[in-house]
Design a protein around this ligand. Structure first.
Ligand SMILES: NC(=O)c1ccc[n+]([C@@H]2O[C@H](COP(=O)([O-])OP(=O)(O)OC[C@H]3O[C@@H](n4cnc5c(N)ncnc54)[C@H](OP(=O)(O)O)[C@@H]3O)[C@@H](O)[C@H]2O)c1
Length: 223
């Protein structure tokens, strides 16, 4: 088994990714916005501070992992739905969403692409959202979140093209509607269920699927 790095393991989907990959026998580098909320220590799991808006923390994490292969790089950290309406928008929060949800994942991949290229599996998994699908937007609003995830999808597609010659497969996954802080208590799926399904998609990925946008169940999503 190889190594998996996951961002945003403080809670929700990221935490479930770290737990499940560790249980499956992977070495896991679990990264956190706040290390105080880290998972219990277990063999094969390391904990790193990584606020995805913090260039210095990226540099430190990169130095800590220099030369180590990363088989599956999971960009999960994100902040959720902006509910303010046009006329009452919180532009500081919109900018924060772009910093965390869009630019953070790009910096993540740039920081660790050599580690992924040096691995056996060479997979990059970008947790995005159906809210980033412009063609599926029939209800408006959520300007910051929608833009942050649509931008993330654009970035993921370029990464897939640029990294294809290095044998790296990049996919964008919509995790479904999940009962987390970023989702809703009314959502139909637990983080564990969503992550089990996404891990299955990742396990079955072929490199011809690079640049694709899929649901947690592996169904193609419209852009
Ligand atoms: N739940 C859903 O229904 C749903 C649907 C579509 C897409 N998603 C996506 O799924 C991903 C995970 O969300 P979730 O549902 O698991 O919600 P969540 O429980 O709120 O998890 C988000 C994680 O990201 C972390 N985070 C926030 N800002 C960060 C930063 N600057 N640097 C590093 N980590 C940061 C959070 O840490 P703190 O808790 O310490 O802030 C938290 O651990 C997100 O990308 C989200 O957009 C979720």
């Amino acid at each position: 088994m190889g190594t998996v790095l996951v961002t945003g393991c403080d809670s929700g989907i990221g935490r479930a990714f770290a737990e499940q990959y560790a249980a499956a026998g992977y070495a896991v580098v679990a990264t956190y916005r706040d290390l105080a909320g880290r998972l219990p220590d277990r063999p094969g799991m390391r904990h790193l501070a990584l606020d995805v808006t913090d260039a210095e923390q990226f540099a430190a994490a990169r130095a800590a992992l220099a030369g180590e292969p990363i088989d599956i790089l999971v960009s999960n950290a994100g902040i959720g739905l902006d509910v303010r309406r046009l006329g009452d928008l919180d532009f500081a929060y919109v900018q924060r969403m772009l910093a965390v949800n869009t630019i953070g994942p790009l910096r993540l991949v740039e920081s660790f692409v050599d580690n992924v290229a040096a691995s056996r599996e060479r997979r990059i998994v970008i947790v995005t959202s159906a809210m980033g699908a412009i063609g599926a937007n029939l209800s408006g609003g959520h300007y910051g979140y929608r833009a942050s995830k649509a931008g993330l999808n654009a970035i993921g597609r370029s990464l897939a093209i640029d990294l294809f010659p290095r044998g790296i497969t990049v996919v964008m996954l919509h995790p479904g509607w999940v009962r987390t802080a970023g989702g809703s208590p009314d959502a139909p799926m637990t983080a564990a269920e969503s992550v089990a399904a996404m891990r299955d998609v990742v396990r079955r990925l072929g490199n011809h699927q690079t640049g694709g946008f899929y649901t947690y169940a592996g169904q193609p999503m419209p852009w």
